[in-house]
Design a protein around this ligand. Sequence first.
Ligand code: SF4
Ligand code: SF4
Length: 283
Amino acid sequence: MTKNQLLELIQQLFSTCPGNTIAPEDALLPELSGARIFESPLVCVAAADDPLYIKLKDESVVGPWHMNPEEWLPGAKAVVSLFFPFTEIIKADQRKIPDRTSPAWLHGRIEGQSYLVSFTAALCDMLRRQGISCCAPCTDPRFQYVMSGETAFPGYPDKGEAVFGSNWSERHTAYISGLGTFGLSRGIITEKGMAGRLTSVIVDLPLEPTVRPYTGLYDYCIFCGVCALRCPVDAISEEDGKDHVPCGRRLAHSKKVYAPRYGCGSCQTSVPCESRNPSAKKN
Ligand code: SF4
Ligand code: SF4
């Protein structure tokens, strides 16, 4: 399979895979019933042996628990990274009041993630039927993450301070693949902005990697500080970037308030990087 054939397969699957709408029985508001969650994805490819993956094992980047592509899939040759931008209806209401999470955003976070897991699993099934070995960390039973309160990553020594992260970082893979760079709020800014979700598939196909159109970690961020002003718990500052502790607490709190859903999209909406790359020159 060539890279172009893979891209075509992804776009076909996007138009046929069920779950990219809010089901009437799930809708938190009548006007959200049947609403589409994601626009079609941006897709980039990283080399599985990109030297940046080794750096992710550093404590100051992700941590030694981060598994590189070869550890997920022996014989891995490439990593396909996908960014699914949220539709306007998912973003619109969240722009208005930053200190609460809108019903549409909650659907984007929870039903949107369910769709992404289904989409990613379906993509893997299609690839395997064509004899291609693949692994999607987000659907793999080895995937682990810690989000709030824990002081140790499972299987690693207690650090005595809060630990955040996972053994596969979609954001770092997006950066390595050329999809976009980090912003002050630590989300990934793509050419279609930051408001959306990421997934990835590791394959044993020798796909040509995307040439990264940037060199710096924060090249697409204009450091306007609007995300810091939008954050209801002051978790972001222009001096120190993002503090995961208050953000993690807010997410944990949102699990109580919005159960069975949770989420917070205030630093991704009503910001210059919401739906575009703010550093790109306008023609
Ligand atoms: S809102 Fe401004 S400072 Fe924050 S991530 Fe976006 S571009 Fe960067
Ligand atoms: S997701 Fe975290 S950092 Fe962003 S606005 Fe919400 S609490 Fe603040």
